[in-house]
Design a protein around this ligand. Sequence first.
Ligand SMILES: [Ca+2]
Ligand SMILES: [Ca+2]
Length: 466
Amino acid sequence: MSAAVISLNRHLRPDGPPATVEYRLNAPIRRCYNGALHGLSNQFLGGIFETLAGLGRKHMSSQKWIACIGVFLATGALLIAAFGPVNRDGDSGTDRASSPTPENTSPQPDASSNRDDDRTEAETLIVDEPAPAPEGMAWIPGGTFEMGNNDGPPDESPRHSVSLDGFWMDATEVTNAQFQQFVDATGYVTIAETTPKREDFIDQLPDVSVIPEENLVASSICFNKEFDREALRTDFALWPYQVWQAVKGASWRHPEGPDSSIEDRMDHPVVHVAWDDVMAYCKWVGKRLPTEAEWEYAARGGLIGKTYPWGDERNPDGKWLHNIWQGEFPFENKVLDGHEITSPVGSFSPNGYGLHDMSGNAWEWCLDFYRPDYYAKSPQRNPFGPKDSFDPQEPRMAKRVQRGGSFMCNANYCIGYRVAARMKGTPDSGAFHTGFRCVLTTGMRDAFDKAPARKVADTETSSAGS
Ligand SMILES: [Ca+2]
Ligand SMILES: [Ca+2]
């Protein structure tokens, strides 16, 4: 883990308030609005200091300038993490030279250890369901589909043919109730609940001694609904960073901070879970994260070449079929879909495979490393993701894929709720709108039956029967 928290100015405004807010510097970094991240990434290692120096010298003291650099980097990470791949200027840097995968993450799980039924090209695809689906899962029949989208952001292309063996997938995002069972059984503590150490940030800051001790606290990313509307500046590319903040004490148990609770949200998707956290859950429950190909294939629900899990029209007959943001972000969420934050899983109709919330509600982690150029190299059969990560927008950080958009996705800024839309985040970063769901392949079924979670279930069953 190498989460970074640093206390810096809340705003980029030269006359902004004093340092009060903590940001995880390595929260998921995403391609963002009009290539904002592209610009950020280009500057990240090279020109950013120069750029900010110009801004800073005009308006502020050296101390404030240093703080401003930090907040620029940090908030850039956060905001881009929250908004989908809307790279309207069409340059993702896909062709840029690669760099070695940073070492701040686990290696890509081996396909053979995660897909016991890894099958050769010569074998027939598994189409028919070989056994009854485990509770809460839906069978996704194997088949061939066109993955990606040639008309969207560059990392969604080229559209390419992918064949997958059938698998089971959780019909909903993993809920707070399910994650609670895992935590109760194992005592697992999520990254958001863990106090970061100064040395966690060595890869990200030239001098970790600048991090105030009081800011090395457990925290996670939330939307700041109380952002200063009068002071909000929208005349620079990264303006939305002003409405995000890391909140001390925010975690899956307290989605909006210490004063919030999941007591009445046990059927909502668990959020504030990092990739490393959800991998631990998967191991316990005997499943795994979907590959990006499995996720997109499942999200399409058997439809061909459609934008959403139900078709091409976002609001057929004026209805909202997913939990996203309506209205102009960040000023007004009209909540026309009935949900301002997460919604109970399954609140909206399932797609053709019986899967709910494959668009909206919470972002969902996938197994794969992120590379914008992977689609040009992907194997045709059961692709398991690239062997390493490269995000030209933040080359020093390994990223894992996220899919599906969230309740924060909106038409004026984020279109992450499309089935082809790609997102990515560092494996140690959670947020209040990021969750996951699991899959199970036919080859994993024996291991699933012996997984630790089954022992808990057996104990509960025998207790109930005695
Ligand atoms: Ca909503
Ligand atoms: Ca979702």
